[in-house]
Structures are given as structure tokens and as C-alpha cells.
Design a protein around this ligand. Sequence first.
Ligand code: FPP
Length: 238
Amino acid sequence: MQNLPGHIAVIMDGNGRWAEKRGLSRSQGHLAGMDAVSSLVGECRSLNIPYVTLYAFSKENWNRPQAEVSFLFDLFLRFVRQEMPLMMKRGIRLGFIGDKRDLPLSVRRALELAMAKTSVNADMMLTLAISYSGREDILQAARRALAAGLSPEELDEKRFRSLMYAPELPDPDLIIRTSGECRISNFLLFQGAYAELYFTPLLWPDFDAQALHDALDEYARRERRFGRTSACAGSVEA
Ligand code: FPP
């Protein structure tokens, strides 16, 4: 496949509506959402896409009913445990962005363990955004810069990035959002400045391999200019 994105980030939306349409509980929608995550990860790995980042839980999601929040965190634990053998087999490294301090201890420990164990893997990086807020990522980097006593002259983009949640992650090339909502919802605000945005009406549990290929085909057709004229961009773009 030609002109694949190096980093795909996904806003997985629509688990609740998917369940409602079938007369199921929201939990069942999230469970189906987890299956869609597993297939997406497998498909991206098969395509040799080196970075995949998933918006699993936003800072704002803490306002959901306590039972749903607990269910989601149990699901994240289950996902990490269930996928570990496959991540080791397929060379997938697990990463995290978000506010670790908010996480239940069990989830934090499981994520840290999984990140340590998979740190030897180098074929793909799967990053989970949990208790994540793009504004908070920017703000906490600003706070760290102030705390380090950096002068305004010292604080260039490179330095600022080094203070953000995951400096080693390249910027996303493609941000996909499911469920027909056309918003970024506080996801990768700084890093997504030049990402191609792809919105699909499919609900997240229905986002299958074909849907991914449709998104990738659309991405391949886009001309990325990064603010340059098309003549200049053509000389550097793949
Ligand atoms: C948004 O859909 C989805 C979430 C807040 C949770 C995302 C979680 C998953 C996809 C489950 C598994 C994830 C991992 C990483 C194992 P929504 O529930 O707001 O749907 P709605 O807008 O239709 O109500």
C-alpha cells in the first residue's frame, strides 16, 4: 500500500450508540469496542504502521457515571492482560499518555508493568491515551518549564516538546474519528497541528479492517502541504 501514515491516532466514539441500537447495555458496547481495538492493532501491525495512538478515556470522561468509569478501567486492565502475549509475539510496545496520577493503582501498576515488559519491542508503538487532555498536556509542559526556571529565550518548540507527555512520539499523520462527530475533543491539540482529519459515520465497534483501509485510501489521496504551496510540498512529500 502506497503512502501510509507513520502515526495513526484514533478517537474511538460511538460504543454507547452501537449498543443502544441493538438494545444492549453501554458496557456491551464498550466490550465490542475492545474487540474493535484488538483488530485495529492487528491490522495496523500487519500493515507495518509504526505508531498507533488510541483515545481510550479523556479527562472529561471522569464525569460519566461511576459504574461506567469502573467498567472501562476494568476493560483497560483486561485488554492489557489479554493482549500481552500478542504484543510480545508481534513486537508491539505499549505506551501511555495522560495523567497517571488519576488512575486507579491497579491500572497504573498493570500499565507500568506492561510498558516495562514490552519496552524491548520495536516494530510498533501502541499508545493508550487515558485520563488524557490535550490542553492539560500543554499546560503541564508549561508548568514544568516554569519550575525548571527556563528563560523565554530557552523555551523553543523542541524544548517545549521535551516536557510534554510523550516526547518520543512523532506527530500524528492521520487522526480518525468515528460515529459522525466532527470534533477533535481535546485530543493531541499540539501534536495534531498538521494531521489529516478523517471522520466516518461508522460507530467504533463497526470500525473493521475495511473501514481502516477506506481511511488509508483517503489519506493516500490527500496532498499534505504543511503550509507550503503545492509546488514546494511536492518535492518533499512521499
Ligand atoms: C466513546 O464512545 C468511547 C469511550 C469513552 C471509551 C473508549 C473505549 C473503548 C473503545 C473500549 C476499549 C478500549 C481499550 C483501549 C481496551 P461513547 O461510549 O461515548 O459512545 P456514545 O457517544 O455513542 O455514547
